[in-house]
Design a protein around this ligand. Structure first.
Ligand code: PEP
Ligand code: MG
Length: 757
């Protein structure tokens, strides 16, 4: 049964469109369950109906014509209960509804299961039989499993507009401008053209892309094949001494496949139909993999992996040549399954207008980068049909998380208008740049900038920031192929310290691990966010830590505006060890005759353990900086990049607010300043609450600075405290956010928390 299930799922996943996926399902399920009928109904939210979309066993003419209202028939019963209904004599059930055109009267046995994606019923899968008996329990579990698999494909189809299109074919009153939803990543709205990016050599992630120059694409493909042939021949002869010939037979098989007409011929045929070489190769390889997997002989079926591996190799060569040719239109909206920092860095800044990633959330590091660059981003758009939208017009709303693929003219115009208002608001707010960040009752709450890329020091400088509250040193490490030397690091830190002097600059020691890998320092872990990360790595590698803090302190000579910040501290011992190494580096530099002042040392409070030991930590440091991105992740036990649990990921969750408040109170007890440097600090609504708690400063992306300054300048500390107390009475993040956002609407500044003015 499991094998059968696997095959059906695979066939469905490979189907080119939803229509075909549905007809595969009904055919295969009817056979597998020896039922007389199998049908799929789709839920039409607009018309409030369930529509018959595919059937084996009922009259095919009724497809698209049978529409059941939300309170009509057994199908609707399944959908409204969101659970299976299994009946031995369906016509006797009070909800039974008879359609004469369906030819349904013969069927007594009825089993229906809902198709649910993320709590939403997308449709119903039904089997029916002539016998007057219920379907057995294993049929029920089988159908539930199929429906859960189908849900993913349907959610995809819904996102790409396929479902809308199909439903519209049977009804012409629906609106074609429904967005698909992701998560707010970076504020702003972007209207532009999709450029789909993908990791190098990941065949499955390669999109289709239309091309004009077919001959050069064929030549590119042929050259890649030739390179792989040479590579494999060389590999085989190199291994001749160490591998017996039967093990090397794999290489011969590879060479045979490369020479075969099927691989080359079919790919070239796909290219001739207008797809680029990489997309054409993906089509061929996926088809071949499928054929192999379906073979009953286990040996042959395992060869599917070899075919795929070969495809990857050819792709790597195609991409080596292709990579440099990537063209970015003037209004590029970068789209991908998972966009990383270097993909973003490759687009010329003037052309980059927005980012949409199928994975990740607002505190994924790519969202942080987008915010630093002032570019709207939508994250966790799980249902984004990435493979099919290259070059499509796209709208990304970084406030609501909505993405429109090929939007209608009216939606496009509406968003162009919102983008215009947005730009106006930003330039109005720019007038605040040189104004003090002072509450109405004259309390100064300095605003600092978060940075980490040399290129964005300039926007930070011009944003009115009173210094750098968080410099993420890992970015310079991530964009290199090896650890930067002490001198290289010195140069980078010196530039930042000089640029901001005499304003303070807080350099954080290396925080790699988690979702910030170093290609040259691979870490393999099942749970990277709970693993070797931040200070845990650098304390295990004092040579990395010492070099870094030496470089930082040398860079501060004569400037004395350096603070050092330690990430991911979870025990007092880690802090003690870190201070020991910093002191050692300091002593060494003094011995070398350098005139260095010992910088202030602070800890990030971003692990719950640090919150509970805040008093002990506070006694030993000069300042606290609350890292709400990680604190939210660890308090709520939600991976900050996992879109499946992203709804839980909110720094306004009551539990997170209490953890922050507790930390602030502890800092006050020990008379040390406390800042918030997570993304929360740049969120105008959250800033209200933080001011109420009495945080001493806020550090954020330069692009958020004037917005938060407006908040500070338009509130009194007392009013913020009152708001905090009201919010602390509330028991869920959504209510808190709605309430706080509402305050902006009331004061005519709704544009701070949504698109438009
Ligand atoms: C945080 O965790 O809140 C933080 C500022 O650090 P990062 O986002 O780099 O983990
Ligand atoms: Mg962190």
């Amino acid at each position: 049964m499991l094998e059968l299930l696997r095959r059906i799922v695979e066939e469905v996943n490979n189907a080119p469109n939803l229509d075909q996926a549905l007809s595969i399902i009904v055919r295969r399920v009817k056979d597998a369950m020896s039922a007389d009928v199998c049908s799929v109904y789709l839920t039409d939210e607009v018309q409030q109906q369930h529509v018959l979309m595919a059937t084996e066993g009922l009259n095919p003419d009724s497809v698209g014509n049978i529409r059941l209202a939300f309170d009509e028939g057994l199908v609707s019963l399944v959908a409204s209960r969101a659970e299976p209904v299994n009946l031995g004599n369906a016509p006797e059930h009070p909800r039974y509804y008879y359609f004469s055109e369906s030819g349904e009267e013969k069927f007594c046995g009825f089993l229906g299961v809902p198709i649910i994606h993320h709590r939403k019923v997308l449709g119903v899968l039904i089997v029916q039989g002539t016998r007057t008996e219920k379907f057995p329990e294993e049929s029920e579990t089988f159908l539930i499993t199929i429906a859960s698999q189908l849900a993913g494909a349907m959610a995809h189809a819904a996102a790409s507009g396929d479902i809308e299109r199909i439903l519209q074919q049977t009804d012409n009153t629906t609106d074609d401008s429904k967005p698909l939803s992701g998560l707010p990543g970076a504020p702003g709205v972007a209207v532009g053209t999709a450029v789909v990016v993908y990791p190098l050599a990941d065949l499955k992630a390669i999109p289709d892309r239309r091309i004009d120059d077919i001959d050069s694409e064929i030549e590119l493909f042929n050259r890649a094949i030739e390179s792989v042939r040479q590579e494999i021949t060389a590999l085989s002869s190199r291994l001749a001494k160490v591998l017996p010939s039967e093990d090397r037979a794999l290489f011969d098989a590879y060479l045979l496949m490369l020479d075969s007409e099927s691989l080359g011929g079919e790919t070239i045929a796909h290219i001739r139909q207008g797809n680029w070489a990489a997309g054409a190769l993906r089509q061929t390889i996926i088809e071949h993999v499928k054929v192999f997997k379906e073979m009953d002989d286990p040996y042959l079926s395992e060869r599917a992996d070899d075919v795929y591996d070969l495809g990857q190799r050819v792709l790597a060569h195609i991409q080596q040549t292709n990579h440099k040719q990537m063209a970015y239109p003037a209004e590029t909206i970068l789209i991908g399954e998972e966009i990383n920092a270097s993909m973003l860095a490759e687009v010329p800044t003037d052309n980059l207008k927005g980012v949409v990633s199928a994975r990740g959330s607002s505190t994924s590091h790519v969202a942080i980068l987008a915010r630093a660059l002032g570019i709207p981003a939508v994250m966790g758009a799980r249902n984004l049909p990435v493979g099919r939208i290259d070059a499509c017009p796209i709208i990304a709303d970084g406030y609501s998380g909505n993405v429109f693929v090929s939007p209608s003219k009216s939606v496009r115009e509406e968003y162009r208008q919102l983008a215009k208002e947005e730009a106006e608001l930003s330039s109005e707010l720019m007038a605040l740049r040189d104004q003090p960040a002072m509450t109405k009752d004259n309390i100064h709450i300095p605003l600092f900038a978060n940075t980490g890329l040399l290129s964005d020091v300039t926007p930070s400088l011009h944003s009115g920031a009173e210094g750098i509250g968080l410099y993420r040193t890992e970015f310079p490490f991530m964009i290199r192929q090896r650890f930067p030397s002490e001198d290289e690091q010195y140069q980078i830190y010196r530039q930042v310290l000089e640029a901001f002097h005499p304003r303070p600059v807080t350099l954080r020691t290396l925080d790699v691990g988690g979702d910030k890998p170093l290609s040259y320092f691979p870490i393999e872990e099942d749970n990277p966010f709970l693993g070797w990360r931040g200070i845990r790595i650098t304390l295990d590698h004092p040579e990395i830590f010492l070099v870094q803090v030496r470089a930082m302190m040398r860079a501060s000579i004569g400037l004395n505006n350096l603070n050092i910040l330690l990430p991911m501290i979870s025990t007092v011992a880690e802090l003690a060890d870190s201070k020991f190494f910093i002191n050692r580096a300091y002593e060494e530099l003094i011995e070398d005759g350098l005139d260095i002042k010992l910088p202030k040392i602070g800890v990030m409070i971003e692990v719950p353990a640090a919150v509970y030991q805040a008093d002990s930590l506070a006694r030993r440091v000069d300042f606290f900086s609350i890292g709400t991105n990680d604190l939210t992740q660890y308090v709520m036990a939600v991976d900050r990049n996992n879109a499946n649990v992203a709804e839980l990921y909110d720094a306004l969750q009551p539990a997170v607010l209490r953890a922050i408040y507790q930390t602030v109170q502890s800092a006050k007890r020990h008379n040390i300043p406390v800042s918030v440097c997570g993304e929360m600090a740049g969120d105008p609504a959250a800033a209200l609450v933080l001011i109420g708690m009495g945080v001493d400063s806020l550090s954020m992306s330069a692009s958020s600075l004037t917005r938060v300054k407006w908040v500070i300048r338009n509130i009194t500390q007392k009013r913020a405290e009152d708001l905090l107390n009201e919010v602390l009475e509330m028991e869920d993040a959504q209510t808190i956010r709605q309430y706080l956002n509402g305050r902006f609407e009331v004061s005519g500044m709704g544009g701070l928390v949504r698109a438009g003015k």
